[in-house]
Design a protein around this ligand. Structure first.
Ligand code: GLY
Ligand code: MN
Ligand code: MN
Length: 464
């Protein structure tokens, strides 16, 4: 936990922005895998962690602005619980550590909310994403689950986004830690992977590093020789000489701040000439886009900058043709770059995505595009000092998409389909870093992770 004053200040800032009514913050319950008592690893709600800091299941918080009260609702352990869980700190002591003196039993919240509703108080709550919390809200607020989204508090969402988007020094330190564990995972993969192993063997190795650091994974591991499939969680392939291995994985710290790193390296000790050419284009996009990421820059422009760099690079290889600006404007490059350049990162790997991507990544003046590729950009708005973002350009050769577009003769003025035959089984390359935005520049978080062709080949040479 951070010092008490951090949580107190965050709640004060939140109250100042909302001004009246009652703010309801729901912690998460345990979530069952295959029967009630067999749980997934517990993960607290990030908004609850941000304002109330407690990492236990089954809690809820109320900030009653009108009556100047902050209450944590939850049950102290009974002796029966302790038989199974062992002794745990008292909830009253934990609550005191985040500056909350008023702790009430879990079942008292329904009555509290009922009274607030009767007296006409506005109840502000965030979009629920877990079924348990949807059901609770439905019961407490007397509305069907499907109606909840229409009464979510947009002012509360906007207030949380404005506060949590700007990371404090204590958060940057945690994020740096998360990236360094993520770095250890990637370096381990580069040193460990060998032809003949399965993707699962490498996956297990890096997963263990996240857990042994005291934290966990910040999202399910992507580690695949089929990097052209963007969210590929299959780990059953055997690594073969000549293939590329794309690893997109990271750790979250014990305090749940996330790292999100991608590296792509050859299963062989060296890249092939073809792999080098594509890798260098992605690397150029990564380096130049990171350099351009500063306070005041529009992230959508940086995404388009990545698109231009890739289009130019693919033109030099004869894969694309025509005017670069026109190709990017039309979205032709999206055949090879169908995702966004990056997103905010913090307590969530896609930070605050539960609050709504557009409310986090866009603004009144910057709206999301509907164009294929650009529409997947999660962050389009102006960058601010204190934002932490990912910069993750990639190039992919997706046979099914190539066939579809070729069949439609789509963008044939910009794409040399014949040339693509030689890249059909290429796979994909992505290079992702986590970047802190400061006034005039930016800083890549964590210790350097092998990234240039020379650095990657150097570590692979020593691997076997
Ligand atoms: N790890 C998922 C992403 O990079 O957005
Ligand atoms: Mn990633
Ligand atoms: Mn990412």
């Amino acid at each position: 936990m951070f010092p008490t004053k951090i949580y107190v200040k965050r709640r004060q800032q939140l109250q100042k922005k909302i001004q009246s009514g009652l703010i309801l913050l729901l912690g998460n319950e345990e979530s069952s895998m295959n029967y009630t008592d067999n749980h997934y690893h517990f993960r607290q709600d990030s908004n609850f962690l941000y304002f109330l800091g407690l990492d236990q299941a089954g809690l809820a918080g109320i900030i009653d602005i009108d009556n100047d009260k902050t209450i944590i609702f939850g049950n102290e352990l009974t002796i029966d619980d302790i038989v199974w869980t062992g002794p745990q700190p008292a909830l009253t002591d934990l609550a005191a550590q985040v500056g909350v003196k008023d702790v009430q039993p879990k079942n008292a919240i329904a009555k509290y909310i009922k009274k607030a509703r009767r007296s006409g108080q506005t109840i502000h709550f965030l979009p629920p994403y877990r079924p348990e919390n949807k059901i609770k809200l439905s019961e407490w607020l007397g509305i069907q689950v499907k109606g909840l989204c229409s009464i979510v508090s947009i002012p509360l969402v906007k207030a949380v986004v404005s506060l949590a988007s700007i990371k404090g020094p204590e958060e940057i330190k945690e994020m740096e830690k998360a990236v360094n564990v993520s770095r250890d995972m990637h370096v381990a993969a580069m040193k460990y992977a060998k032809p003949g192993m399965t993707e699962a063997e490498v996956t297990g190795k890096v997963h263990g590093i996240a857990v042994s650091s005291g934290g966990n994974l910040s999202y399910p591991i992507i580690l695949t020789v089929n990097g052209q499939t963007l969210h590929n969680h299959y780990h059953g392939n055997i690594l073969k000489e000549g293939q590329l291995l794309l690893g997109d994985f990271g750790a979250e710290t014990a305090m749940h701040y996330a790292g999100d790193i991608t590296r792509t390296f050859p299963v062989s000790k060296k890249f092939t000439a073809q792999q080098k050419e594509i890798y260098q284009i992605v690397l150029d996009a990564n380096v130049q886009c990171i350099k351009a990421s500063k306070a005041g820059a529009l992230y959508k422009d940086i995404h388009l900058m990545a698109a231009r760099i890739k289009t130019e690079g693919l033109k030099a290889l004869g894969i694309m043709k025509g005017d670069t600006e026109a190709a990017v404007k039309a979205g032709a490059h999206a055949l090879f770059f169908p995702h966004g350049l990056g997103h905010m990162i913090g307590l969530d790997v896609h930070d605050m995505e539960d609050l709504g991507e557009d409310l986090v990544g866009y603004s009144d003046t910057v709206k999301r595009s509907s164009q294929f590729g650009l529409r997947s950009l999660r962050l389009g708005k102006v960058l601010e000092t204190g934002n932490v973002i990912t910069v993750e350009p990639g190039l992919y050769f997706i046979p099914e998409l190539i066939d579809r577009w070729q069949g439609e003769k789509k963008f044939s003025e910009f794409i040399h389909y014949k040339k693509l035959k030689a890249y059909r089984n290429f796979g994909g390359i992505r290079i992702e870093d986590n970047v802190l935005i400061t006034a005039k520049k930016q800083r890549i978080l964590g210790e350097p992770i092998p990234k240039t062709i020379k650095e990657v080949e150097e570590i692979r040479r020593k691997a076997y």
